[in-house]
Design a protein around this ligand. Structure first.
Ligand SMILES: [Zn+2]
Length: 411
């Protein structure tokens, strides 16, 4: 008999979890390792125990439910996401990706399945940057250092007390690296509009974009904003303004679906009556591969030089540490696609423009992820919504994908 998820139980879990850290406007607020997040973690632990699954927590506070193989396998297939949220966030971001795996493991266990390799449902600690972002998966993939912990987004005292609340410490975080992961898969809401507008059920992520951020400085010359003739001005703002709109045209014309953004801009000396001598702005751009990022960067820099020389400006560019694109594993993507085909769900490959724990897991194991549609693309917002039907599709997809992965990875 084929395993199927229990739709009522799964949707009831989704609603029950949304009560923890619920906000008046229908969202949730569960920043990592704050008392409400600790409450959600305890809720998850109780659900795991009630289901008769094994509960484990690692040194990074990542919580797992395990459906063990017999005999116990040295390696495991992992799937999951995160229960923490941004402040005043939505109910689905992360939470849905954990609950679909919990439900899949419960359904398999009820059906009497003893998998050929152990299956693990995971809740990663601090995905949403209350502490540093993607913290649990960074620790698990060996990419977390003592320096990272020292530069966390909260005071060192607050960091230590939050870690203690979850029963972990800096030392345990730094020894949480694992090498027993056979494959990893994550379900997440799309947080965009591509699936909804195309009427597609499932987005199969083929890469998580890289992010490069540059601080750009344009230098002109300060002048009296009334007396200096327009044709003689070396106005740094003109160069910046020219660049911002031309960069938009360039990226839309030559680099779709890549994106760029100028989110900070600052003029100096900064007065109504002084022609700006210097403009500093933050340029960020994202694309799915290093080759595309390189091409994008060289075209954007060429454009910047053109805009600067048009107004006789000097340019300085300073790069901040990049996030490299994460390519998803072809065999795990195919397992997701086979599951979709068996369920009769439409699917499409696409890029993820947001960061996810999967990008870290891809460093240590074959990994991929899939999206279910977000209504109107709204996310990190109390109005975030994925329909019950799409949530149920997601749970069936997770169950199907795990079964496909078991065929690929049985030892
Ligand atoms: Zn998320």
């Amino acid at each position: 008999m084929a395993s199927t998820i229990n739709v009522e139980r799964f949707l009831a879990d989704l609603r029950e979890l949304a009560q923890i850290g619920a906000t008046a406007d229908g969202g949730v607020s569960r920043p990592a390792l704050t008392p409400v997040d600790i409450e959600a973690r305890e809720w998850f632990r109780q659900k795991i125990i009630a289901a008769g699954l094994e509960y484990v927590i690692d040194g990074a506070g990542n919580q797992s439910a395990i459906l063990p193989s017999d005999p116990p396998s040295p390696k495991r297939i992992l799937a999951g996401s995160h229960l923490d949220s941004v402040p005043n966030g939505g109910r689905y971001d992360g939470a849905l990706g954990v609950l679909v795996v919990l439900e899949a493991l419960r359904a398999l266990k009820e059906n009497g399945l003893v998998p050929p390799v152990s299956l693990e449902a995971i809740n990663f600690t601090d995905e949403e940057s209350a502490i540093m972002g993607l913290m649990g998966s960074r620790a698990m993939s060996g990419q977390l250092s003592a320096e990272d912990l020292a530069s966390a987004r909260l005071s060192q005292f607050e960091l230590d007390s939050r870690l203690a609340a979850a029963g972990i410490s800096r030392e345990s975080m730094l020894s949480a690296r694992r090498d027993d992961v056979l494959a990893f898969v994550e379900l997440h809401i799309e947080q965009g509009t591509r699936l909804e507008s195309a009427g597609i059920n499932i987005g199969v992520v083929d890469a998580i974009v890289g992010i490069r951020a540059l601080q750009v400085r344009l230098f002109g010359e300060a002048a009296h904003a009334g007396t200096m003739p327009m044709r003689l001005r070396r106005d740094a703002m003109w160069g910046a303004a020219q660049f911002v709109l031309r960069a938009r045209e360039l990226v839309m014309r030559d680099f779709t679906p890549g994106v760029c953004n100028v989110g900070i801009i600052h003029a100096e000396p900064g007065a109504y009556n002084i022609v700006p001598a210097q403009v500093t702005f933050a340029l960020e751009f994202r694309h799915g591969s290093e080759a595309e990022m390189d091409a994008m960067q060289s075209e954007l820099m060429r454009l910047l030089d053109d805009c600067a020389s048009e107004f006789d400006l000097r340019v300085e560019v300073e790069a901040t540490p990049p996030v490299v694109p994460a390519q998803m594993d072809e065999s795990v993507m195919r397992a997701i696609e086979r599951a979709a085909d068996k369920l009769g769900l439409s699917r499409q490959r696409l890029l993820s423009f947001a960061g996810h724990d999967t990008q870290n897991m891809a460093r240590i194991a074959p990994s991929a992820m899939f999206f279910v549609p977000s209504v109107a693309g709204i996310s990190h917002n109390p109005n975030e919504l994925t329909s019950d039907a799409d949530c149920v599709n997601g749970a069936n997809m997770m169950l199907g994908t795990l079964l496909e992965l078991l065929k690929d990875y049985q030892q």
